[in-house]
Design a protein around this ligand. Structure first.
Ligand code: SAH
Ligand code: MG
Length: 198
């Protein structure tokens, strides 16, 4: 199957099944970053159905992606898509809650795109797997525009709590002296945190 056809098929499936895959300009930024910084080893938290993992592999033939998904249906769909893309040797799919996973490998890039409320926990759990010149990129920093809103205007209590969590994470990144974080206004907002190494 042609990779372009597969990508279109995956995007259609995502649309029909409400799978929140990356927005076009967000993925474009991410792929460009991978290309510019010669990223080869990537850890992704939140595979969904494999869209971003497959796209990242397309940047360079030596790229390897380890990606974690806890939802069974999405995991199975991702497995199917990775097979169709012939990327079983380059995408290592882990079916588990990322907060239960411990890895020994080191990565140039960690891409966090999972449960928004857990961003800081993912960050702190996996930063030990980041090379000294590595970067952690987090998606959904705008939370569909809710982060810019006055928090009292949000009706649902659950939603308010989630928005607070995203705001806390922004403060955490800004206050984290070990990383230089840039907030990039593409897709649903990306935080690009480059490790400061001496
Ligand atoms: N990166 C994907 C989209 C991921 S959507 C793409 O752009 O193609 C977010 C996914 O994270 C969901 O499928 C959800 O099930 C998964 N997720 C959320 N919390 C998780 C956790 N703690 N561990 C593993 N996966 C998680
Ligand atoms: Mg996302």
């Amino acid at each position: 199957m042609l990779i372009d056809d597969l990508i279109n098929e995956i995007k259609e499936y995502a649309e029909e099944n409400n799978v929140p895959i990356m927005a076009d300009d967000g993925i474009r930024y991410l792929l460009n970053y991978i290309n510019k910084h010669n990223v080869r080893n990537i850890l992704e938290i939140g595979t969904a159905i494999g869209y971003s993992a497959i796209m990242m592999c397309m940047v360079h033939p030596e790229i390897q992606v380890t990606t974690i998904e806890r939802d069974e249906k999405r995991y199975l769909e991702a497995l199917k898509n990775i097979k169709k893309a012939n990327l079983e040797n380059r995408i290592h799919l882990i079916y588990n809650d990322a907060l239960e996973v411990r890895l020994d490998e080191m990565y140039d890039l960690i891409f966090i795109d999972a449960a928004k409320a857990q961003n800081q926990r993912f960050f702190e759990r996996f930063e030990r797997n980041l090379f000294d010149d590595g970067t952690i990129i987090t998606d959904n920093m705008k939370f569909h525009g809710l982060v810019e809103k006055n928090i009292d205007e949000i009706e649902s209590k659950n939603l308010r709590q989630l928005v607070r969590k995203v705001k806390d994470y922004i403060m955490y990144l800004k206050g984290n002296a070990y990383y230089e974080t840039e907030f990039v206004d593409v897709g649903d907002g990306l935080a690009v945190s480059k490790k400061n190494f001496i």
